[in-house]
Design a protein around this ligand. Structure first.
Ligand code: AMP
Length: 393
């Protein structure tokens, strides 16, 4: 569980933190009160669930005099992973919204229940405060049916709400907008391919600020090779494993979500470790890297074709922001498409959004650190400020 307390007058971070390994013996809460002394505090103790985690965070904030009871608190924004087809915008949470998020649990069994626990806990701590859901799927609801539908029987698809929803939407929205800013243009005027490469990874094609395709689908399993997920695979592999490999549906689910991708290919899912092994001549790690990059390149080509004209390719998240060799390899050989990186610019390490392509390149290659928390806060604040404005009218 990640959290930030932000002052929306200047986007300043007052406190940041995270709770890791919730539900395990080795849980850890790390809280950094940036507004006060800035020294990080850690709790290393079992934290049973997301309710206990959020209450522990509330106590840490209160310790700094920035508790959830503060009258200055305008709203709490929650990342909700699956908003289905219906939630296209940030939404003030009420009973009907909670019910709908609950109804979507079958398509997001790992995420939506934890999101609901967080929301209900926050509501119990501040029942009077607007709580806003910012959906990971919302940015992708603009995808045309041609990109959002799978080519399967329509009735079956509709009955089970099977379609391509996409995820990481808050990040794709933020990064595509920020990339336009970096180019000195309005989002409406640029076409961007966003590559969100973290432990989970997804690509999106954004035309004039609007998402027209993305690589994740019904669930976050489709698309790119990820840390532990296979990404695209022939669906017949699944029947084959069940029939011939005698695996259950649950076992195949675990295989594709937890034991595939980079970790399945070479035993490591951390790109730093993979690069270190490649430098030592490890062939297994090299092949894993090549498979990862090959898929990435295919998506760049595919989204280039979807967009027709591309102004920028933007890399973001843990791998995209930090792994220069991934960026270099992903665009290698694509000079004819106007894509190239400048070796020197690409190797610079920085927290700033920047362009790493050479001056002459037709398409800008950008590195844009993502900031999902700021984007959630921005959308949340815009919504509640708007509502307050309407009430005053
Ligand atoms: P995220 O999910 O965005 O937090 O990304 C996490 C992943 O980013 C890790 O699993 C690593 O593979 C990768 N990563 C983080 N830092 C670096 C780095 N300095 N160099 C290469 N990869 C990195």
């Amino acid at each position: 569980m990640k959290y930030q307390l932000l002052d929306m007058r200047d986007n300043a971070r007052l406190a940041v933190g995270l709770v890791e390994r919730i539900g395990e013996e080795t849980s850890r809460l790390k809280h950094t009160p940036l507004a006060t002394d800035g020294a990080a505090r850690e709790q290393n103790r079992p934290i049973a669930d997301h309710e206990e985690a959020l209450k522990a965070v509330a106590a840490e904030l209160a310790h700094d005099g920035l508790g959830l009871d503060s009258p200055e608190l305008a709203a709490i924004g929650h990342r909700v992973v699956h908003g289905g087809k219906q939630f296209t915008e940030p939404t003030v949470i009420d009973d009907a919204v909670l019910k709908e998020v609950e109804r979507l649990i079958p398509v997001a069994p790992l995420h939506n229940p934890a999101n609901l626990t967080g929301i209900r806990t926050a509501m119990s701590l501040r029942p009077d405060l607007p709580q806003v859901a910012v959906f990971d799927t919302a940015f992708h609801t603009t995808m045309p049916e041609s990109a959002a539908r799978y080519a399967i029987d329509v009735q079956t698809a509709d009955q089970h709400r099977i379609r391509r929803y996409g995820f990481h939407g808050t990040s794709h929205a933020y990064v595509s907008r920020k990339t336009a800013e970096l180019l000195g243009k309005r989002p409406e005027d640029v076409n961007v391919i966003v590559l969100h490469l973290g432990n989970g990874a997804s690509a999106s094609a954004v035309r004039g600020g609007v998402c027209v395709d993305t690589s994740m689908g019904l669930t976050p399993l489709e698309g790119l090779v990820m840390g532990t997920r296979s990404g695209d695979i022939d669906p017949a592999v699944i029947f084959h494993l069940m029939r011939v490999g005698e695996m259950s549906a649950d076992e195949v689910d675990v295989l594709l979500n937890k034991r595939s991708g980079l970790i399945g290919l070479c035993g490591d899912n951390d790109m730093r470790e993979i690069r270190r092994r490649i430098d030592e001549g490890d062939e297994e790690a090299r092949l894993a890297f090549e498979i990862y990059v090959h898929r990435l390149k295919k998506y760049i080509g595919a989204y280039y074709a979807v967009l027709g004209r591309v102004d920028a390719v933007a890399f973001t998240a843990g791998v995209g922001e930090n792994a220069a060799p991934v960026r270099e390899a992903a665009v290698a050989g694509l000079e004819e498409l106007g894509l190239a990186v400048d070796g020197e610019l690409n190797s610079v390490r920085s927290d700033e959004a920047r362009i790493v392509s050479p001056e002459y390149a037709r398409v800008a290659v950008a590195v844009v650190p993502t900031d999902e928390e700021l984007e959630i806060a921005r959308q949340t604040y815009a919504l509640v400020a708007n509502r307050a404005g309407e009430r005053n009218d």
